[in-house]
Design a protein around this ligand. Structure first.
Ligand SMILES: Nc1nc2c(ncn2[C@@H]2O[C@H](COP(=O)(O)OP(=O)(O)OP(=O)(O)O)[C@@H](O)[C@H]2O)c(=O)[nH]1
Ligand SMILES: [Mg+2]
Length: 358
């Protein structure tokens, strides 16, 4: 018997620690579209979060409680003193990247250049050379509309960039009433994901709102790990009384997915989900409750033989629960990237789908 309250708290701490913190440096001339891009890609209109804390003369640090990202917003490239801006930034980036805590590192830099200017200045070239010494750099062509060879020009002038992405952060209405949709934001997330450490991808998934698919992909890794753990737990058939081992695995999985989707992970939310969807409740619980309830909910996925479930059933139950929960969240956030569903709403929908699908 384990205390449910402790288990919820432990699961939340673990999910939050494993998700970590993702940090991006966004640089570009004034008016290049940095703030617009930040608001289009990340949760919660981050660029409007006050003025941010100044880090150097031209760099502000933007962050918001509950969102696992820090943005270093750098300006001043258009000024004649841009070399000072770059030298100051060099020191800051170097300092942060040598910190023992990887949550302090800068994990990627986006250099924003607007397409209609069709110019790459020496400030941008120098900045990209400096940054590439410390972090992966991605060239971002903003306000994309018609390339006319500009992309190749940027690739030629900023050769140390790992990739280049053309984006249109906000839809554009052309003269004839024709509408150009926002574009390139998902590609920017994918390109970013490729150059950052695996351990930072969950934080990226959580902080961004441009790609629901990316939230799903990162969550699926959590399900796969939980399924492996569940199978190991069931490798010697689990008698019900020992199945308490499954509860922490599944509660941890639900906590992990919730945080990978970027939702606030309160004990209340997690408790509601766990209580009503998997039928664990009260101050203490026995493993048998969770297994019995899950088998009732997923009658198609496993059997109980002589009071024990097999490794296959343990992992199938875990996968069914995880995938169903991902589908609930994906649908809610596809409809509204800024959604903030309550634990109650999630629990009801999770239960409904489990009963419907299995
Ligand atoms: N059409 C179109 N306009 C954009 C796009 N991105 C930004 N803009 C516009 O460009 C202008 C400047 O954008 P900001 O996001 O404020 O630029 P910034 O880089 O943050 O500028 P500073 O904060 O001054 O350094 C605003 O009027 C935006 O609406 C885009 O993708 N398409
Ligand atoms: Mg701005």
């Amino acid at each position: 018997m384990q205390n449910l309250d402790d288990l919820l708290r432990e699961s939340i701490n673990k999910a939050t620690t494993e998700r970590g913190q993702f940090n991006v440096l966004i640089a570009g001339r004034s008016g290049a579209g940095k703030s617009t891009l930040i608001n289009a890609v990340f949760q919660s209109n981050l660029a409007e979060t006050g003025q941010g804390r100044p880090v150097t003369k031209n760099t502000r640090e933007i962050r918001k409680e509950g969102i696992p990202i820090t943005i270093l917003d750098t300006r001043g490239l258009e000024m004649s003193a841009f070399k000072d801006t770059i030298a100051e930034l060099d020191k800051t980036v170097q300092e942060r990247c040598s910190d023992r805590d990887t949550n302090r590192h800068i994990h990627v830099a986006w250099i924003c250049i607007q397409e209609d200017g069709r110019r790459v200045e020496s400030a941008e070239i120098d900045l990209h050379t400096m940054l590439a010494k410390h972090v992966p750099v991605i060239s971002v062509i903003t306000k994309a509309r018609s390339d006319r060879g500009f992309k190749d020009e940027v690739i030629r002038l900023l050769p140390l960039s790992k990739s280049l992405v053309r984006v249109r952060a906000i839809p554009e209405i052309l003269d004839e009433g024709h509408r150009l949709e926002a574009t390139g934001l998902k590609e920017l997330i994918e390109a970013t994901s490729e150059v950052i450490p695996e351990g930072k991808r969950r934080a990226l998934a959580a902080a961004q709102k441009a790609s629901i698919d990316y939230k799903k992909t990162q969550s699926q890794k959590i399900v796969a790990a939980a399924a492996t753990a569940a199978a190991a737990a069931g490798a010697s058939p689990i008698p019900f009384s020992d199945a308490a081992i499954l509860a922490p695995i599944q509660i941890g999985m639900i906590a992990g997915i919730t945080s990978a989707f970027g939702m606030e992970l309160s004990k209340g939310t997690l408790s509601t989900l766990v209580t009503s969807a998997i039928g664990v409740g009260g101050a203490t619980f026995a493993g048998r409750t969770i297994v019995t309830n899950l088998i009732k909910l997923f009658p198609g996925v496993g059997t109980v033989v002589g009071g024990a479930i097999s490794a296959a059933t343990a992992s199938t139950l875990t996968i069914a629960l995880g995938q169903t929960y991902i589908s609930v969240l994906a649908e809610i956030f596809s409809r509204d990237p800024n959604a903030n569903p309550s634990g109650d709403t999630l629990a009801k929908e999770l239960k409904r789908r489990m009963e419907m699908n299995y």
